[in-house]
Design a protein around this ligand. Structure first.
Ligand SMILES: Cc1cc2nc3c(=O)[nH]c(=O)nc-3n(C[C@H](O)[C@H](O)[C@H](O)COP(=O)(O)OP(=O)(O)OC[C@H]3O[C@@H](n4cnc5c(N)ncnc54)[C@H](O)[C@@H]3O)c2cc1C
Length: 176
């Protein structure tokens, strides 16, 4: 809370991201701050420091558990437009991934990647389709770790899995 160093607000009450997992994340950070302050340790509030909830503003994963599932993390195209932030947008039809039809005959889905063209890192991912929620954590790691696009080429998805969509998205970005 501004102006205090003893009152902590985690979860929905702080209106940062009204999701169970973000509240738990905030609770882990607040617990670390409280314990380290009590021990007289330095507090690291730099972005991605252990005492600041940077993910709350950059990489909030969320899933709409509908059929099909909608799973996203980071920016959407609308978020980027509202923020006036330039992004490269890459779309791929998930039904074209070789394993999708083995996973579920008649599989339909869509994947979208948002890339910061200057930093060449991923700033947003959205998957729509059956099982999309289980694909999401790979995107959360790519965004929080700020993995350069060129390095992502070395993250090899096992064959045959729907995770191959990562390669298809990178290929689409390279050849557009
Ligand atoms: C229908 C629905 C579906 C959802 N689905 C998901 C989901 O799939 N995934 C997800 O991540 N999030 C989901 N959420 C959001 C998630 O439930 C909340 O983000 C999460 O519960 C917030 O946890 P919290 O501890 O901050 O608040 P809460 O869980 O609301 O807990 C606050 C507690 O404080 C108590 N309280 C309030 N006032 C007082 C008072 N004056 N004195 C004492 N106690 C008080 C309340 O009774 C409550 O028990 C969903 C929410 C809804 C409504």
């Amino acid at each position: 809370m501004p102006g205090t160093d003893w009152l902590y607000a985690v979860g929905d009450v702080n209106h940062r991201a009204l999701l169970t997992h973000q509240g738990r994340y905030q609770a882990r950070i607040a617990g670390t701050v409280i314990a380290d302050r009590a021990r007289g340790r330095n507090i690291d509030t730099d972005p991605w420091g252990s005492h600041v909830g940077t993910a709350d503003s950059i990489a909030v994963p969320q899933v709409i558990f509908t059929d099909p599932e909608i799973a996203s993390v980071g920016l959407t195209t609308d978020d980027a437009a509202r923020a006036g932030r330039p992004v490269d947008v890459v779309d791929y039809d998930l039904s074209r991934v070789i394993d999708a039809q083995q996973y579920l005959p008649g599989y339909r889905g869509q994947a979208r990647l948002l890339i910061d063209p200057h930093q060449r890192t991923i700033v947003g991912v959205t998957f729509a389709g059956p099982g999309a929620a289980e694909l999401l954590h790979s995107a959360t790691i790519a965004i929080t770790a700020q993995v350069p696009i060129d390095r992502l080429w070395h993250a090899v998805p096992p064959f045959p899995t729907i995770s191959e969509v990562w390669l298809r998205l990178l290929e689409t970005y390279r050849h557009r």
